[in-house]
Design a protein around this ligand. Structure first.
Ligand code: GLP
Length: 257
């Protein structure tokens, strides 16, 4: 696992966007794995800027998002499809037909999970997967206790995640209790992973993730098993790492001090 620390959230997000943009420029038919959440919003803003100012070309790129709420139609303002359309897909020259999220309104959710896995496989697999992290260590919506080799499945959301995400709903009790998420095995199969975490509220879970061996109790620890994973932090998210031994973690850049 490679670790890069930036002084602030903006430069950390720009570094994540730069990695994605370089990969896309080198391989225009890149299969990008995408994430939602406040942390990645500035990454998408930067990618839009790179498209408008530097002609970053998304026309042949294909995308797969990590997850989607069960029961929210695409047009719902809190659906992840809506988030992605607004923040990235409709702002760049991506073909909407090349953008994929699980369908949380599918009548048969188990069949939808299998369909999503097949669609990823048919695309040749995900080249570069962007990840955020929940305060309980979830990646995608793989909550603590998740199987480390799980595939796309329906996940019941934990009380922590409901508390963390319900603030984004106009009526917090409208937040769905379940989501479809790529599994930890699906994420581990991506050729490259890029985890971005910013802010002091992520410092504790980042310390636990980077210091713990893979365990279902902290789903993000599965990334220790990944052969090509980069973690980008800002100084606030890295603030509990000082003086710690981080086995298997190579500190590439530290622009903290
Ligand atoms: C949601 C997403 C996760 C994301 C998390 C972090 O729960 N399903 O993929 O990592 O939010 O959110 P934020 O970046 O807002 O802290």
């Amino acid at each position: 696992m490679n670790l890069i620390i930036h002084p602030d959230a903006a430069s950390a997000a720009n570094a994540a966007a730069a990695m994605m943009a370089q990969a896309l420029a080198a391989h225009p038919r890149l299969v990008l794995g995408l994430a939602t959440g406040g942390t990645v919003e500035p990454v998408y803003a930067r990618l839009v800027e790179l498209h408008r100012q530097h002609s970053l070309d998304f026309s042949r790129c294909r995308t797969f998002n990590l997850d989607e709420y069960v029961g929210l139609p695409a047009h719902h303002r809190n659906s992840y499809r809506h988030f992605m359309n607004e923040r990235l897909f409709l702002q760049v020259n991506l073909e909407l037909a090349n953008t994929h999220l699980p369908d949380g309104t599918a009548p048969d959710l188990s069949a939808e999970c299998l369909r999503y896995e097949s669609e990823i496989a048919a695309s040749g697999g995900i080249d570069l997967q962007l990840l955020g992290i929940g305060q309980n260590g979830h990646i995608g919506f793989n909550e603590p206790g998740a199987e480390l080799d799980s595939r796309t499945h329906v996940q019941t959301l934990s009380a922590t995640t409901r508390a963390q995400n319900s603030r984004l709903f106009t009526a917090p009790d409208q937040m769905p209790a379940q989501a479809i998420t790529m599994g930890l095995g699906t994420i581990r199969d991506c050729r490259q992973c890029l985890l971005l975490a910013t802010g002091r509220e992520k410092a504790g879970i980042i310390r636990q993730t980077l210091t713990s061996a893979p365990t279902p109790a902290i789903p993000a620890t599965v990334l220790h098993e990944h052969p090509d994973c980069t973690v980008i932090l800002d100084a606030a998210a890295a603030s509990q790492l000082e003086g710690l031994q981080l086995p298997g973690v190579a500190l590439l850049t530290n622009q903290w001090k």
